[in-house]
Design a protein around this ligand. Structure first.
Ligand SMILES: Nc1ncnc2c1ncn2[C@@H]1O[C@H](COP(=O)(O)OP(=O)(O)O)[C@@H](O)[C@H]1O
Ligand SMILES: [Mg+2]
Length: 190
């Protein structure tokens, strides 16, 4: 550790240099922790809602990974949802995209968000290597915490998670009940 070695340096210059380096490392670490906690709970999500938060996340993903992302929303005036549903949807999309990034080798992903007939539908598709049948069928023991968590979140909102090998690529689909939908006026004046 640089900091613990500082007292052992015998020249003032060496001490200064080590202290400067240690300072830079701390600054970098603080930056990393900040951006990690923003990824875990983006302030945008509470303030401006799901759509801008997703656009921000997709932009960041493309910057970090080089994976092209497209995002479609229907209807264009997609309503604000309750905070817990918006958070759940954000997390599910984030996890699906993280999986596409970590496991699929995809060059493109496509996210859609739509609302109709009392339901909200989310799809995340990639053009990567696809998932095997044991994962698509969600056989016991084949899911990691990511997919299990996605399925759990869907369940909490009376919904379902489906994984399909679209050959090429993977399609993740989540449908949740929109009975917790809130009209935008109620949400913003609450
Ligand atoms: N989009 C994807 N493309 C290819 N494989 C995937 C994709 N999503 C998930 N997988 C596979 O499913 C497994 C389980 O995913 P997950 O439950 O999120 O756990 P983890 O990401 O921690 O491995 C992954 O290890 C990977 O093999
Ligand atoms: Mg995962």
């Amino acid at each position: 550790m640089i900091v613990s070695q500082i007292p052992q340096h015998n020249s003032i210059d060496a001490k200064d240099q080590a202290a400067n380096e240690a300072g830079e490392i701390v600054t970098r670490a603080i930056k990393q922790v900040r951006s990690m906690s923003h990824l875990l709970h983006p302030p945008l999500l509470d303030e401006v809602g799901l759509l801008p938060a997703l656009r921000w996340y997709l932009e960041g993903l493309t910057k970090r990974s080089g994976i092209a992302t497209s995002f479609e929303v229907k209807p264009a005036d997609f309503p604000r949802l309750t905070g817990d549903l918006e958070t759940a949807i954000f997390r599910v999309i984030q996890e699906a995209l993280t999986n596409a990034f970590r496991h699929s080798g995809a060059s493109k992903t496509r996210v859609t968000l739509s609302q109709q007939e009392g339901q909200v539908m989310v799809t995340v598709g990639d053009d990567g290597k696809g998932v095997g049948p044991e994962i698509a069928e969600m056989r016991a023991g084949s899911l990691g915490v990511g997919l299990a968590g996605m399925r759990q979140r869907a369940k909490e909102f009376d919904g379902k998670l489906r994984l399909t090998n679209t050959n090429p690529g993977t399609l993740v689909e989540i449908v949740v009940s929109a009975k917790r939908l809130l009209p935008v006026e109620q949400h913003t004046t609450a």
